[in-house]
Design a protein around this ligand. Structure first.
Ligand SMILES: NC(=O)C1=CN([C@@H]2O[C@H](COP(=O)(O)OP(=O)(O)OC[C@H]3O[C@@H](n4cnc5c(N)ncnc54)[C@H](O)[C@@H]3O)[C@@H](O)[C@H]2O)C=CC1
Ligand SMILES: O=C(O)C(=O)COP(=O)(O)O
Length: 401
């Protein structure tokens, strides 16, 4: 088994992976160089951070069967192409959430006190207490969290300690216990959140549906003098519209992600923070703390170990989530050919199997197979299975609709 790691990844994690197979560490690879590296190494498993994984890359190594995103967002990986090729894509949900929440609080605090501007002036020898001694203070202000996933919840935990009032919005009702535990109120929709918030912080994944979720209209709807914090993904916010609102003095902004940002570690990048003073900005470092990188590394190792040892992929993001209409639970003697016999019986009925698992009981004499499908086998088929000398019990279960 060969693992190609195409982004920065801790040495400790590489060492553990090295005990499972060969590890090729090429953190310098760009999206354009990735297909050739995959073809050359014939990697079975690819580990990436923000490096774009295209269909060409996925097709370059025939044995490639798993891509692990050493982070949260998977929009940089062509998951549809991976699904067509039967390649698993997995991520590490929540493992860098605290790091992003800490940066979010850092941006909120820095903007309120204008820490960056004050530092720059002091560095140039100017004492300007008159100008910088005018912060609003956070206590009692309202923070609106767009999305209420792993990162937003960690932001809520920290923001509460600063006395901020918390709102969120989502497509679906959020469990009341979860809201209560975080001291957050769910409002009707994004518009209501923008109307009521002094600070808006964006924590949703990028998708076609979320492209410019915070566009010109949403930016215009924010309260005058409000702050927008964006640490999720370039493209969720319309950077141009935001720059105009900040330039006009209506808003302030703290950004960690940008439209068209470079994927690598160092590059020239003309960006909206360049000419707009009230934008504070960092170069996509939300997840880049030692603590987060170590937690991510442990999770990547866990995902790969489980895949190699048991074929189980934790946090796969490109599986068909639809619950099958029927499941057949067969308890049987653990003998060669019993499972094949069950599958042959289903094949004769033209039943297309969707999922299958088989668990062996202690002692190794009996096992339990669960097979899922959309179309029910006939009573005769079930009876034939029940009559099989190595089958102990057969039960057909229909999913609740
Ligand atoms: N700046 C950085 O370094 C990092 C950025 N991120 C970005 O942050 C995003 C969020 O990360 P997590 O909180 O860990 O993901 P998550 O999956 O735990 O939470 C995202 C939540 O947003 C919700 N959502 C999606 N579209 C929405 C919409 N239009 N309105 C309201 N809710 C919506 C989802 O239902 C989900 O609950 C990631 O997808 C990634 O793009 C993640 C980690 C590091
Ligand atoms: O985990 C994520 O979604 C991130 O955005 C982190 O990106 P990175 O791994 O630092 O390139």
């Amino acid at each position: 088994m060969l693992v190609l790691i195409a982004d920065k990844f801790p040495a400790s994690g590489r060492e553990v992976l090295g005990r499972l197979g060969e590890v090729v560490y090429r953190p310098e690879l760009s999206a354009e160089q990735l297909p050739a590296a995959l073809a050359e190494t014939k990697a079975d498993i690819l580990v990436v951070r923000s490096t774009v994984v295209s269909e060409t890359a996925l097709a370059a190594s025939p044995p490639l069967s798993l891509v692990v995103r050493a982070g949260a967002g998977t929009n940089t990986i062509d998951t549809a192409a991976a699904s067509r090729r039967g390649i698993f894509v997995a991520n590490c949900p929540g493992k860098n959430a605290i790091a992003v929440a800490e940066l979010t609080m850092g941006l909120i605090l820095a903007l309120d006190r204008r820490i960056v501007d004050a530092t720059l002036e002091l560095r140039h020898g100017t004492w300007n207490k008159s100008k910088y001694g005018k912060a609003r203070g956070l206590k009692g202000q309202t923070l609106g969290l767009v999305g209420f996933g792993m990162i937003a919840r960690e932001v809520a935990v920290r923001a509460r300690a600063f006395g901020l009032k918390l709102l969120t919005c989502a497509h679906h009702p959020i469990a009341p216990e979860l809201l209560e535990a975080h001291g957050v109120v769910q409002v009707a929709d994004l518009g209501a959140l923008l109307d009521a918030s002094d600070i808006v912080s964006v924590h949703v994944p990028y998708s076609k549906a979320n492209h410019h979720l915070i566009g010109a209209d949403q930016i215009a709807r924010m309260r005058p003098g409000a702050t927008l914090i964006h640490t999720s993904r370039g493209g969720v916010v319309d950077d141009k519209a935001l720059a105009e609102a900040v330039r006009s003095g209506r808003l302030r902004a703290g950004l960690d992600v940008f439209e068209g940002e470079p994927a690598g570690g160092q590059a020239d990048f003309k960006n909206i923070a360049g000419d707009v003073g009230d934008i504070y900005a960092t170069p996509h470092i939300g997840a880049s703390t030692e603590q987060a990188e170590s937690a991510i590394s442990d999770e990547v190792v866990r995902i790969i170990e489980s895949f190699v040892a048991r074929g189980i992929v934790h946090h796969a993001v490109n599986l068909n989530e639809r619950v099958a209409r029927y499941s057949l639970v067969v308890r049987h003697l653990d003998r060669v050919g019993v499972l094949a016999g069950i599958l042959m019986a289903l094949r004769e009925e033209r039943v297309n199997v969707q999922g299958m698992s088989n668990t062996i009981f202690a002692g190794g004499e009996a096992a339990c197979a669960t097979i899922t499908f959309e179309q029910a086998p006939s009573d005769e088929c079930l009876q034939r299975l029940r009559d099989h000398e190595a089958i102990l019990a057969v039960e057909l279960r229909a999913a609740r609709t």
